[in-house]
Design a protein around this ligand. Structure first.
Ligand SMILES: C[S@@+](CC[C@H](N)C(=O)[O-])C[C@H]1O[C@@H](n2cnc3c(N)ncnc32)[C@H](O)[C@@H]1O
Length: 206
């Protein structure tokens, strides 16, 4: 799918590099055997998975929200329920875009990492905040990234073994995380301490 057509479909300005275009590029380049998406909404991002990829989409609001034709296994559950009730699958590419709160993004990341195949890539949406209102914990705007941004300092402080790149794409950035360690228990072991440290952080935008 070209960026222009993709952007037009979703009302995004042509020429604006959005996260769909970047995600599309990851599918094209990596051709993952298994793609896991947390947070499907209407199916725009899930629809980017290629034929030949086993795509799994998890969202508690399914199936009524889908407006896109998707060739995927759809699971109508929260991500916590999904990981608790399913046998692990070796995931090559994952996209975390579910509940936009730090504590959930952290849980989603550590659970996805447990399922990571060798060489896997995890993409996390909403890591580059726009302003204080759209990145606060209370949703009052249509575009809302919540406090998912706290995941980056948390991972950088506590998981220096991860490779983390941040792509500043519209609207709220995309983190690309590789060198995953499915055996790591650092984040799970420290979960409550991490919440105590990072939940109180305030955004300082210049
Ligand atoms: C921003 S939308 C996803 C957009 C979609 N990835 C896209 O780019 O087109 C966030 C979705 O996360 C879902 N969600 C909320 N809480 C969730 C949870 N605990 N686990 C999984 N998904 C959740 C919501 O129902 C919503 O559909």
């Amino acid at each position: 799918m070209g960026l222009g057509a993709a952007g037009q479909d979703r009302g995004v300005g042509i020429g604006l590099l959005d996260y769909y275009a970047v995600l599309d590029g990851f599918h094209e380049r990596l051709r993952p055997a298994v793609y896991l998406e947390i947070g499907v909404h209407e199916g725009h991002s899930l629809a980017l998975a290629r034929p030949g990829t086993r795509a799994i989409g998890v969202d508690p609001a399914l199936p009524g929200s889908l407006t896109q034709p998707v060739a995927a296994e759809l699971v109508g559950a929260t991500s916590d329920e999904f990981f608790a009730n399913h046998e692990p699958v070796a995931v090559d590419l994952a996209f975390i875009d579910g509940l936009h709160l730090f504590e959930q993004a952290l849980l989603d990341f550590l659970n996805v990492e447990r399922w990571a195949a060798p060489g896997a890539t995890v993409l996390v949406h909403d890591c580059v905040p726009i302003d204080a209102v759209t990145s606060s914990r209370e949703r009052t705007t249509v575009v809302w990234s919540g406090d998912v941004w706290k995941l980056l300092p948390c991972l950088r402080d506590h998981r220096p073994d991860l490779d983390i790149e941040v792509i500043d794409v519209a609207p709220t950035g995309l983190a690309v995380i590789t060198n995953l360690d499915p055996a790591s228990t650092v984040l799970a072991d420290r979960y409550h301490d991490l919440l105590a440290t990072y939940l109180p952080l305030d955004l300082e935008l210049s």
